[in-house]
Ligand binder design. Sequence first.
Ligand SMILES: Cc1cc2nc3c(=O)[nH]c(=O)nc-3n(C[C@H](O)[C@H](O)[C@H](O)COP(=O)(O)OP(=O)(O)OC[C@H]3O[C@@H](n4cnc5c(N)ncnc54)[C@H](O)[C@@H]3O)c2cc1C
Length: 566
Amino acid sequence: MSKKYLIVGGVAGGASTAARLRRLGEEDQIIMFERDPHVSFSNCCLPYHLSGTVEKAESLVLMHPDKFLAQYNIDARVHNEVIAIDRAKKEVTVKNTLTGEEYTESYDKLILSPGANAIVPPIKGIEDVKVFTVRNVVDIDKLNKSVKAMGISNISVIGGGFIGVEVAENLREAGHNVTLIEALPHIMKPFDYDMAQILHKEMHDKGVNLIVGDKVSAFEKDIVVLESGKKIEAGAVVMAIGVTPETSLAAKAGLELGETGAIKVDQNYITSDKDIYAVGDAIEVYHALTGKITRLPLAGPAQKQARQVADHIHGRIIRNTGFIGSSVVKCFDYNAASVGLNEEMIESLKLDINYEVAKVIPGDKVGLMPGCEPLHFKLIFEVTTGKVLGAQAIGRGSVDKRVDIIATAIKFGATVDDLRDLELCYAPPFGTAKDVVNFAGYVATNLLHGEFKQVREKDIRGLVEKGACIIDVREKDEYELSHIIGAKNIPLSEIRQRINEIPKDEPVYLHCRSAQRSYNALMALKHLGYENVYNVSGGFMGISFYEYFNDETKGREKIVTDYNFL
Ligand SMILES: Cc1cc2nc3c(=O)[nH]c(=O)nc-3n(C[C@H](O)[C@H](O)[C@H](O)COP(=O)(O)OP(=O)(O)OC[C@H]3O[C@@H](n4cnc5c(N)ncnc54)[C@H](O)[C@@H]3O)c2cc1C
């Protein structure tokens, strides 16, 4: 017997559910309601309209209702908002947002994918600035037309998450004077402070006025006022401080909300009503690594949940293994990907996990190949078991490939030994015979098995200030170009001959460009009886990136004679 399925929301989760439901049942009636003018648009491409990368706003719409009907026999109704659910009668009330007309539709199963809303807090004076948010095609078209009409203008983007960073980048590419304001000490929460410094540098170098660790306290006429007292001129303000799940319809219908405020669902995405499912930004999900319930407003999870809902409705057994937060973002010339746990998550969630960090910065392809670039890769793993917990990768090359490997590794419960031994594709234009992921596996297994000790970039300023013994094992010409103030140069090639210059009665900190040669030096010293030797994780390149943005923007004294980012 044919069934009637109603879907609320016609974009990522909604449209995917509809399409899968159709594939699984030809006779069923499928109606998809969307309150806005468009279904099936690319939310993720919205910011790229601001730079002209996506030239026309219409191109952002991937499929129109007539095509949904013709190709899939799905009745996609735009300008139709579902305003109430009568669970007892199993029907919804729908309002045509153009005509105001209201009508009802009954259902066998109802699927909610209403997404999320951009947060716009009631900050004092907000009526004195032109505020924009970015959720859909109408929003981005409005923002684009307004800033174009203003000519080259001062625009403040508030919030340094994915959307804020992408909007800031694309507005800057369009030639505007962009200020990006982030209340936390760094942008992009999926990354730790040390990794985020690479993105800070890129933003700064590309002319974005990046302000971190400062909060908007008020607005005045076309001005953003920060808690520090700074005032920033802003012809337009883009609010990108996060989203709240769209739960109004669900809450009004008495569906249970969870601990995060999003719609509560079970392992099959069924709400507290057995005939109503929910997916996407509006729900909360199980985080497979923290063991906690969380919100994860990303397109990939929304679409996977959608498929599983359609499968479950059709009696298929689904496996909900939770989510690990794989994500990637472009920031001008850099790409940044992450997955799983980072150090700040472990600390802020007070997870009882003993972890260690392996950081490597190898080339992303063979050095002789054009376009070989350093790839900053940070791996987090559990101590004693070596279980892979998370990774962050930032570079100009293919960071997503490396982080996708880690995402797969995490899904299958891999350890750092597995990463070391992974047999990955290789030819010079694509990578190195020992890939970045293998390198991280080597360093991690060495750390795990106690072969060497390390200090991190964040420790170096303190060591310089207290006059610690820092030995730079790069070649003389590299040292002369730039070095840590106070560091002694003993190149790896001379270390055995100059062993008498290295003290045995105090800690010795060894570094090179990226921590590889210094690891070799450390091992040589270890074999020669040195016990108190440490490798500087990330090497001189890591330190340069770590120190640069704060030195530049805070007028802080440098701990290096100059930086070297290559
Ligand atoms: C600018 C931007 C960039 C992004 N970039 C990425 C990215 O690069 N990678 C990534 O993974 N994710 C990205 N995302 C997030 C991703 O788009 C969302 O996670 C995903 O779209 C969520 O799907 P959803 O179906 O839950 O909600 P949506 O896709 O937002 O769809 C919900 C729809 O429901 C409609 N609706 C709500 N209530 C009702 C109602 N009562 N009646 C009828 N219709 C209703 C809304 O109008 C909306 O169109 C981005 C999001 C934005 C805004």
